[in-house]
Ligand binder design. Structure first.
Ligand code: AMP
Ligand code: MG
Length: 424
């Protein structure tokens, strides 16, 4: 039996980073930047006001206080987006709004709160008073935002390899960029196998179950940035499976579920061995012991002999989710050019016992909560690998090492977090 690490290492040795593509910036969310981004402009482009107030010459505010205001003649008003035609001369000020360009002659801004603006009467029909009393001395540069203080022209702003988050989308937009070069998203073909499966929204005949795996896997693919392509259900017959698999050969990864155990009709491994090279593994983990991995001759792409990786996950829905997180997710992230492949692992106090009877690494579904600056993990009920609702109420997987026979309440355990909900 392989360890989880050995299995993962083998899978990752068969996946490559995908090609680059140019996409509109919003579509790049979660993708990895494939170019160094330089700025053609200063951001902000001009010195501008950080406050609503008056643009002044700092010199004119010397000695100003509420008791001895410095009176300045107001010669213009300038709003964000426009530029004043006037120059601030000694003894004058220009009323200015946040973001408006600093007029010539001014070297600082006095915010309204430090003037007598509120009390001033306006000439009829005018927004601004004829004069303003400055109540506070300011140093040159006060409440100015300098041209280029965020980004200076010519600077490298984002480097190749950066994962695009909302803040990077915002930075690209602030440069005026509508597209960026990123590593493309992997297309993942998802195929369920099993004669017992019925497509959702169909009536459920006796003896059948709904195909939940395809949707669960497709949702995981989406969540981690891939593009799922559901290929439907293959029956447990060779020709059905081969026909369906062939529909997925232009994908970047094929994920099948079911048919990799040791039952009579578990034909995935046999069929796929014929179509490509497949390794059937038993991985020292629970749930999810049987996993198949290999490569199949693909179609499309540029290379004549393209091979696509195939991950044959078990059939049980919980095993599907756990093996996806451990094996398929790192493969997807690698294709997307990401470097950080593991989910966050925290330390928690376990609240119930777990027995490890056969020396496998256990991934037990748990809900992690925080109390008194400490994490506590509680198992989410029966741990059968068909009980998918136990996954729905979990936010993490408690890891019991293969060499540990049991953990007892109060023991410290490692938990691989699947979600960071607001509860923790
Ligand atoms: P298998 O490995 O094919 O023997 O499947 C193991 C268990 O998982 C069986 O109880 C199957 O009915 C169940 N199973 C397999 N595929 C699916 C699926 N797509 N959706 C829900 N359950 C499934
Ligand atoms: Mg089956």
């Amino acid at each position: 039996m392989l360890t989880v690490e050995q299995a993962l290492e083998n899978i990752l040795s068969h996946v490559d980073v995908l090609e680059e593509e140019e996409r509109s910036i919003l579509d790049c969310l979660g993708q990895v930047l494939a170019e160094d981004v330089y700025s053609d402009i200063d951001v902000p482009p001009l010195d501008n006001s950080a406050m609503d107030g008056y643009a002044v010459r700092a010199q004119d505010t010397k000695g100003a206080s509420p008791r001895s205001p410095r009176l300045l003649r107001v010669i213009d008003t300038v709003l964000a987006g426009s530029i004043s035609r006037y120059e601030v001369e000694p003894g004058t000020a220009i009323r200015i709004m946040t973001g408006a360009a600093i007029p010539k002659g001014a070297d600082s801004v006095v915010r309204f709160e430090d003037t007598d603006d509120e009390q001033r009467r306006r000439p009829a029909g005018e927004q601004s008073p004829a004069e303003t009393g400055i109540l506070k001395e300011v140093a040159p540069g006060t409440d100015l935002r300098r041209a280029g203080e965020d980004i200076s022209k010519g600077a490298m702003v984002l480097s190749k390899g950066t994962v695009i988050r909302p803040s990077e989308v915002g930075v690209l937009a602030s440069l005026g960029r509508s597209t960026a070069k990123v590593i493309r998203r992997p297309v993942v073909a998802v195929l369920a196998t099993g004669d017992e499966l019925v497509e959702i929204s169909q009536p459920l005949p006796q003896g059948k179950i709904y195909n939940s795996n395809s949707y669960c896997v497709a949702a995981l693919v989406l969540r981690y940035g891939g593009i799922p392509r559901i290929l439907g259900i293959a029956s447990d017959k060779e020709d059905s499976l081969v026909a369906r698999v062939r529909r997925g050969l232009d994908a970047d990864l094929l994920i099948t579920t079911g048919g990799v155990s040791v039952g009579d009709y578990d034909i995935v491994k046999d069929v796929l061995a014929k179509e490509g090279e497949i390794n059937f593994w038993r991985v020292r983990m629970k749930p999810g012991k049987p996993v198949a991995f290999g490569t199949i001759k693909g179609v499309g792409g540029t290379g004549a002999a393209r091979r696509i990786p195939h991950l044959g996950l078990p059939g049980n829905p919980v095993s599907v989710m756990v093996t996806f997180e451990l094996f398929a997710r790192p493969a997807l992230l690698t294709m997307m050019g990401k470097r950080n492949l593991s989910k966050p692992i925290i330390e928690a106090v376990i609240e119930g016992p777990i027995k490890n009877t056969d020396g496998r690494r256990i991934f037990a579904r748990a809900i992690v909560k925080e109390r008194d600056n400490q994490y506590f993990a509680q198992l989410t009920g029966p741990q059968g690998s068909g009980i998918l609702t136990s996954m729905a109420s979990a936010n993490g997987l408690v890891i019991v090492p293969e060499d540990k026979a049991s953990v007892e309440p109060g023991d410290k355990v490692q938990v691989m977090m699947l979600d960071w909900s607001q509860q923790i």
